[in-house]
Structures are given as C-alpha cells and as structure tokens.
Design a protein around this ligand. Sequence first.
Ligand SMILES: C[S@@+](CC[C@H](N)C(=O)[O-])C[C@H]1O[C@@H](n2cnc3c(N)ncnc32)[C@H](O)[C@@H]1O
Length: 258
Amino acid sequence: MITPTQSADGSFTAYSQSYGEHYHSTKDGALQESLCKHVLPALEHVAGRGGVIRILDICFGLGFNTLATIMASRQRGMTQKLHIVSPELDEALVRSLAAFPYPEAFDPFIGVIQSIARSGFYEDEHVRVEVVFGDARAFLATCNEPFDIVYQDAFSPAANPALWSVEYFAQIARLLKPDGLLTTYSTALKTRLALYENGFRIYLNAGEGYRNATLASRQVLPYPEVDMRHKIACNPGVSPINDVSLKRQKIQYSSIHH
Ligand SMILES: C[S@@+](CC[C@H](N)C(=O)[O-])C[C@H]1O[C@@H](n2cnc3c(N)ncnc32)[C@H](O)[C@@H]1O
C-alpha cells in the first residue's frame, strides 16, 4: 500500500509501508530528482546517437523516470526511438497508477500511464515501454539485449540490498553497452565499490537544486571522476554488499518486507 506525499518541488511521491521509505527524495522533489539524477544526464549521454536508444529503468515504481524520460526527450526534440524496459515486483502498484496525483508536466503523457496500468505496455512512434512484472534479478538473468542507459533507482541499499550487490552489478555490467551510462542517486561508498569492482569508472553528479548523485561508465566522461583508489585507501573497513552475505542473512532477491 502507498500513501502519496508532497515533496520539496511540489510533486507527489509516495511512502512505501513495505520498505519503510519514500519512492523519491522528499528533499529534492520527485520530479526534480528524476530529471537531475537520471534523465537529463542520460539523454545528454546519448545525444547524437543513431537508432533505437534502449533504457533499463530499475525499477518502475511510480513511473517517474519513464515519464520524465518521455517528457524530456520530446522537449529536446529527440528523433531516436526510445525502448524503455522496466522490471517491477509490485504489479498491484503499477495497476493502481492511473489514479496517482502526477505533476502537471506529465499531463500530456497520461495516456502512457493509463496504458501501462492496464497492460504493462505502451507504444507510439517515439517510445515503447515494457514493464516486466516480477523480480528484476530473475529478469536480468534471462535478458540478452544490451542497454545504452541504466537507471539504478531501487530503494536504498539498506532496504533493498539485493539490487545493490556486486553480483547484481555484474548482471548490469553484462547488459550495459561498453559506451553505456548508469545513473543512480546513491553516493554510498558501498555502492560505488560494487560498481568499481565490475570495471566501472565512478563520477560525481552534482548541481544546483539537488543532492549529489553518482554516474558510472566504462568510458571517460565529462564529470568529476571519483578517485576510488584513494577512497578505498581511506576507508579500509568498507566493503560492497555481496550475495553471499545476503544469503547468510536470509535476504531473498525478491523479498518485500511486509
Ligand atoms: C525507489 S522505487 C522506484 C521509483 C521509480 N524509479 C520511479 O521513478 O517512480 C523502487 C521500486 O523497486 C521495486 N523493487 C524492489 N525490489 C525489486 C525486485 N527485486 N525486482 C523488481 N522490483 C523491485 C519496488 O517495488 C519499487 O517499486
């Protein structure tokens, strides 16, 4: 069950009783967070690329990242078609979204969310959205088509650890194109280590009006790079989340804490 909550930019997010967290940062604002930490750096990264742009949106939640991507891509006049694939464990949540109090900026895309709430799917000449109901990790294990962009937007590493482990990011690394980009709100060293151990360079996404976030890529990017060797040397006690310790703690990949 979710309870809508107004966030700092006026847009509504929701509180998840199951995870004990909001779906977005209430301090940054739901729409602001989605745009600044995920969508705008992602669209900048793929600007000028030809063909279809494939985006993995982990996970669909209230659909802000998907809707903001469609909105921002139209505003930028992008001509490439977007294929957005988004795993989501909570099918009942997605089925309820036609009634969610979205920001006015999403008004032109209300048909998108209505279609997704009905069938988990939407397509027009600009975009195809496919919500895959079930566990993200099970989906990733069977997926073979690579992505240009990954939005890493699970609940926090403390609440949703199976979507932040070294092994999870190995699944992501397999599916992200060599010139692909991963975006995430998390700046935790544990998160960055799990990405670094999978061959990613780690960058700081900082700007006006939102708290710091992280970008990761195998490429050199025009963002301040985090000196991971220095971080590791300064924090010898910090290690990334791994599946073995989650299994020891009996945390299932797909657990929802009811
Ligand atoms: C922080 S919310 C995502 C917010 C979303 N990106 C948005 O913009 O509205 C995290 C989502 O991950 C989903 N989730 C958690 N664990 C999952 C798993 N193992 N597989 C698929 N979805 C999962 C939750 O149900 C929740 O909807």
